[in-house]
Write a protein that binds this ligand. Sequence first.
Ligand SMILES: [Zn+2]
Length: 162
Amino acid sequence: MYRIFIEPGIDEEKILKALKVLPGYFKFEFKDWSDLDYSVYEEGDWKGFIMPSKVGDIAIFDGIKHEARFGGGTISNRCGIAVFGGESIFELGLRIWHELLHAKGMPADSMLGNLEFIGWMDAAQKLSFTVSRILRKNKLAHSSKWQVLYYHFLTQKLLEGD
Ligand SMILES: [Zn+2]
């Protein structure tokens, strides 16, 4: 069970819809932003980024207001998610799913090189993925279609591990 803290001023409806993109494996409860313990990065690329202090907490904050550069960050089962306003519900859902996979220790960034993932695909997926990996590597890395399949694969592994 993750505790979600949404910064006041953020479109809550949009967050609730985005969370529905994630599989039911991930469970949430909602808490008041004023009860969140967090720190703010003060320098470097992460300047402005909000990171919760307690394990199991997810801070969803206004990335424009805090001038955050990155959309998401995770440290040992605590996540910060920046919302910039222009992203779709689906994109936002994938961003949160991605960070929660990191939070669970899964290799969320390693889709292209994950041989177990390729082995898990059916024959048509394997062919399409392998061809794309050769011809359109950069596009493949950012393809939400493949990200969904990869995140599903990783979540399946979490379920099997439980
Ligand atoms: Zn990542």
